[in-house]
Design a protein around this ligand. Structure first.
Ligand SMILES: Cc1ncc(COP(=O)(O)O)c(C=O)c1O
Length: 369
């Protein structure tokens, strides 16, 4: 990691130390309150639980520190995405999003936002720059895309889309601020499902939006207050705790993924492997220029649906779950959700288990699958 990333990681657990007085708890308290003591003029104080909460403020301060931008917390990744759409788009606007990214934003647009007059197009991540951005009010990138792990050039997309007058949004869920920094590459808004690695323990859903554009932040913050898409204080507290170990966990996960992807690429049971960190991967040369780590997700294709299912079910160190980014290694066959991937394609999310022990379990399961 660079010196500035190390400094950011090191100071994360200390950002509240300047505000403590003698006898205060070191751990951030969970404030469960729907109302606040509010006599007289309500200005300048916390007013109501849908507007403010001290535990959200604490997790937002941590997210803002990591993103180097203002951050707004949401109860899930999709709450963050839908709030960006609904707060910033109007009838008549057109959105461009990846055809191979997380599928729910496309379904949301198709089923609900088209009836408000918002239209959309999709384009593969690997050729996202082709066709230009004229006519789009918003352009959403997701790189590496989930689950195919193709990459697009964030800086080039931001420049071309801005020149065409679009707002540029990056879903950075697969990478976290330790693996990739889309705001530094020129996008207007970064958002993520903190449900994944930032929380990391597979026990809450959470999301956030971050931006250095004050006007956009205020519009989205007001949207949250009016629409009531607010996180619970306990969830905010758990994510705050997760963030304190994110650098440590993500480092282990990415290092293990690099080792394991290279071995999978040579494994006789595997037809093909996608991992941006592999020298032979179609994404590698671009990934090197914009990713700080290559991530914890590996795409691997086995010979058939049955072989893929057997691999997942046989390996004692793989949990068969949807989602990714947890401390435990997990995997799923994405064709079961209708993603445009081979029947034998498995998205493997590398967890925090010791690397060699994990590899031995994966290797043994592949030999029997
Ligand atoms: C890339 C990406 N973005 C957003 C989401 C949505 O997050 P959540 O499930 O917390 O709503 C997901 C969930 O899998 C995802 O993979």
């Amino acid at each position: 990691m660079s010196d500035s990333q190390n400094a950011r990681a090191a100071s994360l657990s200390h950002i509240h130390s300047g505000t403590r007085t003698k006898g205060d708890p070191l751990s951030t308290p969970i404030v469960m309150s729907s109302v606040f003591h509010l006599p007289g003029d309500p200005a300048g104080a916390r007013q109501y639980g849908r507007f403010d909460n001290p535990t959200w403020e604490a997790v937002e301060a941590a997210l803002a520190h990591l993103e180097d931008a203002d951050a707004i917390a949401f109860p899930s990744g999709m709450a963050a995405i839908s709030s960006v759409f609904l707060a910033l788009l109007s009838g008549g606007d057109r959105v461009l999003l990846p055809s191979d990214g997380y599928y729910t934003p496309r379904v949301l647009l198709e089923k609900h936002l088209t009836r408000l007059g918002i239209s959309y197009d999709t384009r593969p991540t690997a050729s996202f720059l082709e066709g230009g951005f004229a006519g789009y009010r918003m352009v959403l990138v997701e790189t590496p895309s989930n689950p195919g792990l193709d990459v697009c050039d964030i800086r080039a997309v931001a420049e071309a889309a801005h020149a065409a007058g679009a707002i540029v949004v990056a879903d950075n869920t697969t990478m976290t601020p330790y693996g990739q920094r889309p705001l530094d590459l020129g996008v207007d808004i970064v958002l993520a499902a903190d449900t994944k690695a930032p929380n990391g323990h597979s026990d809450v859903l959470f999301g956030h939006v971050a931006s250095r554009n004050g006007e956009m932040i205020e519009t989205i913050r007001e949207w949250r207050k009016l629409a009531g898409v607010i996180p619970g204080p306990f969830e905010a507290w758990l994510v705050l705790r997760g963030l304190e170990t994110l650098e440590l966990r993500f480092d282990r996960m990415c290092s293990s993924a690099e080792t394991i992807a290279a071995r999978l690429a040579d494994h006789p049971a595997i037809r093909s492997v996608r991992y941006p960190g592999l020298k032979g991967d179609p994404s590698h040369s671009l990934a090197k220029t914009q990713m700080l780590r290559f991530g914890s997700l590996i795409g691997l294709t086995l010979g058939s649906k049955e072989k893929a299912e057997a691999f997942i079910d046989t390996c004692p160190l793989i949990e068969a779950t949807t989602s990714f980014g947890g401390v435990h290694t997990s995997a799923e066959r994405r064709a079961r959700w209708g993603d445009d991937v081979a029947e034998g394609f498995v998205r493997l999310s590398i967890g925090c288990e010791p690397t060699e022990t994990l590899w031995q379990a994966i290797d043994a399961a592949l030999k029997t699958a």
